[in-house]
Design a binder for this molecule. Sequence first.
Ligand code: ADP
Ligand code: MG
Length: 327
Amino acid sequence: PQLANQIAAGEVVERPASVVKELVENSLDAGADQIEIDIEKGGSKLIRVRDNGSGIAEQELVLALSRHATSKITDLDDLEAITSLGFRGEALASISSVSRLTLTSKTLEQSAAWQASAAGRDMQVEVRPAAHPVGTSIEVLDLFFNTPARRKFLRTDKTEFSHIDELIKRLALSRYDVSWQLSHNGQAVRRLKAAKTEEQRQKRVAALCGRVFAENAAFIQNQYGDVRIWGWIVQPQACSSQLQCQYSYVNGRMMRDKLLNHAIRQAYGDMLTADQQPAFVIYLELDPRQVDVNVHPAKHEVRFHQARLIHDFVVSALGDALSQLTA
Ligand code: ADP
Ligand code: MG
């Protein structure tokens, strides 16, 4: 239990999906609008993220990888040491310390691409010429090969991949402007073109949440002052435990917020029986100064300054939409 607690405690590389999250967030930070993710064996064999972002300049490759490539990394079975690396600006270095990581990148200004990887006990970074279009590819092989204690905590390939798929689903529902491709063991699992029009967005939601969701959802859009809500909500008759699609975003960030969930539940009121779950994809947009998002990053909770007002606005906006659906 001590070991399990340490793993659960640190917001570090817990499993392949956490690696994918860090890599994809870097791609988005780099302004990419095409992201391709290739997974083999649930990510334990290979995680490859390829983007068309701004790239990393040759002289910055070493820096990107070697931050915190300290003596700690020689003691790879010391979970505490790895946990203490933390993830504030050290994602790549940390991932590189528990895998065989290769970074290949090209910036617009450069005429050629470069590749970097760390090797040996001292994790010396080697840089060599490579071929790559503008953007970055990061390949993570054999995750946790040198930390057997962690490798032991990996579940089946199928389970690990389902965590990755869920993550991509969440991200794809927050970045319609990005085209996404996710493959597992050489097979494309998700292929989502950038969605610009309302119709294209709706198609993406249908692809991600399923036909039943798409056929029974109503598009909602409402505004109160500078608070805006939009998205899709499923009529109560179609809500079931199989219809797992509950996504809410606040200013573009996925949230699992108590107040929002309460408001959504309340909007359905007694239209749902005890064994039915609401189904929705909802976006709340408001002045960033009206909300604190870092209450607890891992829990996806927010604090609204005008909590009561937001709550009641969501209840009434969704309530209106639902009563039109069921009328
Ligand atoms: P952080 O994202 O917190 O800065 P990371 O370890 O995740 O730390 O990444 C280190 C640095 O490497 C980033 O600050 C960025 O400059 C660069 N980088 C990583 N991935 C990419 C990418 N896909 N495209 C461009 N730059 C990247
Ligand atoms: Mg990062």
